[in-house]
Each structure stands twice: as structure tokens, then as C-alpha cells.
Ligand binder design. Structure first.
Ligand SMILES: [Zn+2]
Length: 256
């Protein structure tokens, strides 16, 4: 098993300092090496999943270096390499492409907020999303957005971004989370039924306003997120498209 360095809890209040999502480099030991990939004992690299793309970057070691071109988690966390391949047992240093990763974190956190607002204000459920560094998309059911609705959604999300709210990451027992979501009318936002019943503890990502206090969005997620919403900048919805009679897709970009 690879130790995933971005996974541990953080309360978001201190910003980036000490927040595991901001770990950009690591020293690790090669546990398994094949033709063009390695498994490491620990990694700062995010493996593609949940709509968030893989990190890229580089590995260096005594006598060699390679570009990490993709990281997948099929069976194990595999760092796919271009260049040399370090042997099993080698000590390596990894550096992720931070500009790209931070953009994914901004996009990903924005997606949680859009999904939370869309559910709370319009009962639109998020049924899919795909993040990219420059432009991301979210699919909702049922379709709810008029042109005015789009602008209202955008304005509400941007108020939350500008308020610079903390993003908290923590573990919760499934039963506790289910009861809480039900009380907060957030069960359908989350589709916990899609998570296998064997998973009893979940990693929760919550955007909240400590001054009220009020939860903007709460969702089980294993991705990477910014510590505070102020890092996201402003969100602009650049397209809306109907996908069949009951589904719609929005695309958004971020502005610093
Ligand atoms: Zn997430």
C-alpha cells in the first residue's frame, strides 16, 4: 500500500501551512519497478480519479531521472514514467508540477461549491463531473437552469468564493454522516448509495462558514482541494447545454 500524502485531515483555517494538500514533493522508496512504471512506499502525486486528472512531475535518484507522465490507481498506485526507471529499493525524490496541481485543486473545490449551491437552491443533483486545468464541467439532473438562473448561480458561488471560507477535510463514520446528511437535506446531493456498503469510514470534504455557522457543501471525496475558497478567485459559467430532456451540463472557468 502506498501512503498517500495528501489524504490526512486538515481544518482549512491555517490556509496552506501544514495542510497535506499542499505537499509538493517527497522522498520515497521504490517498492516495485516494471518496464515503465513504479510503485512507491509513499507519494505526493495524485492518481487520476473522481473526475480529477492525475498529477505529473518528475522523479530523481542517484544516477537517473524520469518524467512522471501519469499516475493511476488500478490495483496499486502506479507512477508511469518517461525516461529511466529506478530499480526496486532505490530512494527517489519526487516533485509534482505544482502549477497544474494547484489549478486542479481550485477547479475541484469550485465544483464542490457549485454542486452544493445547485442542490440547496434548486435541488439539482450532480451526476457527473470532469475537471481540467483550464475548463471544467458538471452534469446536473434534473435540468433547472434558465439564462437568468445561470447568472444567479454564478453570483451565489462567487459570493462564497469571495468570503474566503475554510475547507475542512476529516474522517467520519458512515452512519454518522448518513444521519447528518438526512437532517441537513443533503442526502440526494451525495448519492452515498454509490459508495460500497463495505466502506464504513469516509473522508469528508466540507466547505463551511464558521461565522454563522453554516455548511455550504459536505461530500465524501478523496481528491485534493484548496484550504480556503479565496484561493479559487472567481468562477464564470461559459456554457450550458441540455443533455437529453432531464439533464444539463455547465462548463466553467476560473479567473484569479
Ligand atoms: Zn472533492
Amino acid at each position: 500500500m502506498t501512503d498517500l500524502l495528501w489524504m490526512p485531515a486538515s481544518d482549512g483555517r491555517q490556509g496552506a501551512a501544514g495542510n497535506p494538500n499542499y505537499v509538493r514533493s517527497m522522498d520515497a522508496v521504490v517498492q516495485k519497478a516494471l518496464e515503465d512504471w513504479v510503485v512507491l512506499d509513499r507519494t505526493a502525486f495524485y492518481a487520476e480519479g473522481g473526475g480529477q486528472p492525475s498529477d505529473v512531475g518528475k522523479l530523481t535518484w542517484d544516477g537517473g531521472e524520469a518524467r512522471v507522465k501519469h499516475v493511476s490507481k488500478k490495483g496499486a498506485v502506479k507512477h508511469e514514467l518517461e525516461g529511466d526507471v529506478p530499480p526496486q529499493g532505490a530512494r527517489v525524490h519526487g516533485e509534482i508540477d505544482w502549477a497544474l496541481r494547484h489549478q486542479h485543486m481550485r477547479m475541484h473545490t469550485a465544483q464542490h461549491i457549485v454542486s452544493g449551491v445547485m442542490w440547496r437552491s434548486r435541488q439539482g443533483r450532480t451526476v457527473g463531473n470532469q475537471l481540467h486545468a483550464d475548463r471544467s464541467r458538471i452534469d446536473f439532473e434534473p435540468a433547472k437552469l434558465s439564462p437568468e438562473g445561470l447568472r444567479d448561480l454564478e453570483a451565489e458561488v462567487n459570493r462564497i468564493l469571495a468570503a474566503d471560507l475554510p475547507v475542512r477535510v476529516y474522517e467520519e463514520d458512515r452512519a454518522v454522516l448518513e444521519a447528518r446528511l438526512k437532517a441537513d437535506r443533503m442526502s440526494e446531493r451525495n448519492l452515498l448509495g454509490l459508495v460500497p456498503q463495505s466502506v464504513r469510514r469516509l473522508r469528508i470534504v466540507e466547505v463551511y462558514d464558521p461565522s454563522e455557522p453554516r455548511t455550504i457543501d459536505v461530500c465524501p471525496c478523496a481528491g485534493t482541494h484548496v484550504a480556503r475558497t479565496g484561493e479559487i478567485g472567481l468562477m464564470e459559467i461559459v456554457a450550458r447545454e441540455g443533455k437529453g430532456s432531464n439533464r444539463e451540463r455547465i462548463e466553467y472557468v476560473l479567473k484569479a
